[in-house]
Design a protein. Structure first.
Length: 603
């Protein structure tokens, strides 16, 4: 081969070694840089000159080397596994964080547990049982009742506040998903443009895109594939998110009543991003992503005691199933047993799956149980029918339906205040009296009085003995003498005081429809806190396990794509020696050419 060709071989070696040194220096400079993937030089021959053709093989001489590509060192299978498990880790971490916050709210109120308020109310009734007519005991009861309602409303308010905090996090997460989707799309364009000529790889841009994919995978379940032109196509929850020429951003609809947002796909007729009715399962990958976990634990609404199915609602006093009409999740049932089974399934599949919804409902059930049990003892009721021919009229001239059966105050057995007032409850619904007073004329022509109970209507929140709609009876706040602790003859009603204290030891409430036994109020609250703590522990176990899995996968990824200073320094020495060897080779060829030229000139 000619001398000048030999010189070119050395020059190509110098250039190749120099570029390899530059890549090594780039790797060393980015040790510790988040998301950086080490780059590797792949060398190849340029061309071969054939100097002689043979029958079996030809004699060829190479004319130099070049860098075929500078590639990233990654393992796509480790990337996929890492991203899936990262999303699953975030899912369970949100669950643990939610139950941890709930437990903190239930357990402490400025340093005092809510259970102390419940205990304080019980102790006040214990004192009342000794002497219901003692004004100091009555005043103590009023104070403890006020504290009980205030603390209960504080707990419920803090729970709702955290529920809306989760709602805000959902909005932020949707916005971040859209930001990452747009970032990936823009990086796709730049990468495709740079790599279109086949000259170089846009490795640093690929690092940025892979970091975006890593973060996105923690927020929502994604799948992706890289096209031959270097563009990555991304799907979120099996719906196209980033394509070669589009980004389908995620949106959300807002409930006008609650203000809760629901992630949707505007480009797909506002289809919901998640099917929240799907079973949460690792085998089906339905437990992946921060966004879904936030949706799950926030729930779809703010719940109360009506959202906890109670078997007695569907049975008569003898325990027989009732017949009627119940609408549950859009379906109508006429048999009590089927209606209760449907209500229980709905609770387990929706309300019970949400940390916030289940806790709000169970806590409100406790407050409702305490309040109604106390009020029903103070103001016992009976059923009474409006007989044909009777007209029950209230102070405004309104009448009741003839022939209807109503729940009315039991005037024969109820207590009264010192001034003879009857029907005074301890806890009142805001803006609604317990009874409406009616008068009617009986068969003998005498005018009678009855107090008709204003029923709770689940469609009207102001009729409910729900924690947000409660207060201590204003009449009692003004004058504790209005408490019905006396009999009609003016004597102290000792049995009433004893019954009020005894109700705190009675097993009245079941925590949820899956509970096998009922509890008294104090035990109910303890079970509620314990149940929240246990669920938090379960989520923490999953979260810790997933964190270990993700950490292990990331360690394996770093072993492949991380920069090793020892390895890079070894490469630096290798390429430096190669550079020096090429330099000496060029010097030798140069000297040889000079000698040849000089010799020819002398000849």
């Amino acid at each position: 081969m000619g001398g000048m060709g030999s010189l070119y071989i050395g020059v190509s070696g110098l250039q190749t070694s120099q570029n390899a040194l530059n890549t090594t220096a780039h790797n060393l400079a980015n040790i510790g840089t988040d998301g950086y993937v080490r780059q590797q030089v792949v060398q190849s021959d340029i061309l071969y000159n054939t100097i002689k053709h043979g029958a079996v093989s030809s004699q060829q001489v190479g004319i130099g080397s070049t860098i075929a590509q500078v590639r990233q060192v990654r393992d796509i299978f480790l990337d996929q596994a890492y991203r899936l498990e990262s999303g699953r880790s975030n899912f369970y971490d949100v669950g643990y964080t939610t139950y941890y916050e709930i437990e903190s709210i239930l357990g402490t109120l400025g340093g005092s547990e809510f259970s102390n308020s419940l205990k304080g109310l019980s102790e006040a009734f214990n004192e009342i049982a000794k002497d219901p007519s003692d004004t100091s005991y009555q005043t103590l009861l009023k104070q403890r009742a006020v504290e009980f309602i205030e603390d209960a409303q504080n707990v419920y308010s803090l729970l709702k506040e955290y529920q809306y905090n989760l709602n805000d996090q959902i909005v932020d997460t949707v916005d971040r998903i859209n930001e990452l989707a747009n970032k990936i799309y823009k990086l796709n364009e730049k990468i495709a443009f740079i790599e279109a000529g086949g000259v170089e790889n846009a490795n640093d841009l690929r690092d940025a895109r892979n970091s975006a994919l890593d973060e996105l995978s923690g927020l929502i379940n994604i799948s992706y594939v890289e096209e031959p032109n270097g563009v990555v196509i991304v799907k979120a929850e099996s719906v196209p998110l980033v394509g070669e020429s589009f980004v389908y951003e995620m949106g959300y609809s807002t409930d006008k009543v609650t203000g809760f947002v629901t992630p949707t796909w505007p480009d797909y007729k506002d289809m919901n991003v998640f099917n929240m009715g799907a079973i949460i399962s690792t085998s089906m990958d339905t437990d992946v992503g921060k966004l879904k976990a936030l949706m799950l634990h926030r729930g779809s609404e703010t719940t109360n005691y009506l959202d906890v199915p109670v078997k007695e609602k569907y049975q008569d006093e003898s325990g027989n199933w009732l017949t009627g009409s119940w609408t549950i999740d859009g379906d109508t049932y006429t048999d009590g047993d089927k209606a209760y089974a449907a209500a229980k399934d709905y609770y387990n599949n929706y309300t019970g799956m949400s940390g916030m919804m289940s806790t709000l409902a169970q806590f409100d059930q406790l407050i409702h149980g305490v309040v109604t049990a106390i009020n029903d003892i103070m103001c016992p009721d009976i059923s009474m029918t409006v007989e044909p021919g009777q007209a029950w009229t209230d102070a405004n001239g309104n009448t009741l339906t003839v022939g209807g059966t109503y729940r009315v105050l039991d005037l024969k057995n109820c207590g009264q205040s010192l001034d003879g007032t009857v029907g005074t409850e301890l806890f009142s619904r805001t803006g609604m009296q317990r009874y409406t007073k009616y008068t009617y004329t009986d068969a003998s022509g005498e005018e009678q009085v009855c107090y008709v109970y204003n029923e709770e209507d689940e469609l009207k929140s102001n009729t409910l003995y729900s924690v947000e709609n409660l207060s201590v009876n204003p009449a009692v706040l003004t004058d504790v003498g209005k408490l019905p602790f006396y009999k009609a003859n003016g004597s102290v009603n000792l049995p009433l005081g004893e019954a009020l204290y005894a109700v705190f030891s009675q097993k009245i409430l079941a925590l949820n429809p899956n509970a096998t036994a009922k509890s008294n109020f104090q035990d109910y609250y303890s079970k509620l806190v314990t149940d929240v703590g246990n669920l938090g522990y379960i989520y923490k176990s999953f979260a810790d396990s997933q964190a270990a899995t993700v950490s292990g996968l990331d360690d394996n990824r770093q072993m492949v794509m991380g920069v090793s200073s020892d390895e890079e320094l070894t490469n630096m020495i290798k390429y430096q020696n190669a550079y020096n060897a090429c330099s000496r080779y060029i010097n030798v060829v140069s000297e040889m050419l000079e000698h040849i030229v000089t010799s020819l000139g002398n000849g």
